[in-house]
Design a protein around this ligand. Structure first.
Ligand SMILES: CSCCC(=O)C(=O)O
Ligand SMILES: [Fe+2]
Length: 187
């Protein structure tokens, strides 16, 4: 089954709950692509020796790789980390995450600033474009193991919202406008 994504409701309940709207409002892979979010489904059992993963890494220049085992035993300042992950931010570069075990939610803002919740599970590789507002939370399963990929020396710096003057943000907004232009031309 491909990745699931939906528009979030406005309730202040536990961030680890799904927060579906009523009625449910799903977001398709095409809609995600329209925001610059990329997705692949791979075999997570095979991550150490996966030709498909290697091809993606080569094609996109993802030379750096490490693993993040998101549990209190393995992550220093676990609670604080989780809080910073759920604080809305951007990066100067793509955020590339491959889910090997467990699951979690990447929330991204759409063109109208609405939250889209993307549920990643084992086998899901997603790329968030530089400059997109986003955040991450565990779901009620409370565990995820992620591979982090990067082009060259990794920079994990999060720039919390607002960042309208950040070059990556400006570039991202421009890329969205260009995408709309291309879609209009195609009609
Ligand atoms: C747990 S990885 C996702 C959190 C995030 O947005 C980040 O690391 O920048
Ligand atoms: Fe991030």
């Amino acid at each position: 089954m491909a990745i699931q994504a939906w528009y979030m409701d406005d309730s202040n309940q536990d961030q680890r709950l799904p927060h579906h709207r009523n009625p449910n409002e799903n977001v398709s892979l095409d809609q995600l692509a329209g925001l610059g979010v990329l997705y692949w489904q791979l075999n997570p059992e095979n991550y150490e020796n996966d030709e498909e993963l290697n091809k993606i890494r080569e094609a996109r220049g993802y030379s750096y790789m490490d693993l993040l085992d998101l549990c209190p035993e393995n992550v220093p300042n676990y609670d604080e980390k989780l809080r910073t992950f759920y604080t809305e931010h951007i990066h100067a570069d793509e955020e590339i995450r491959y889910c090997l075990e467990g699951s979690g939610y990447f929330d991204v803002r759409d063109k109208n600033d609405r939250w889209v919740r993307i549920w990643i599970k084992a086998g899901d590789l997603i790329v968030l474009p530089a400059g997109i507002y986003h955040r991450f939370t565990l779901d009620t399963g409370n565990y995820v193991k992620l591979m982090r990929l990067f082009v060259g020396e990794p920079v994990w710096t999060a720039h919390n919202r607002p960042q309208e003057e950040h070059p990556a943000r400006k570039e991202y907004i421009k890329s969205l406008t260009e995408k709309v232009g291309l879609a209009l031309e195609a009609h």
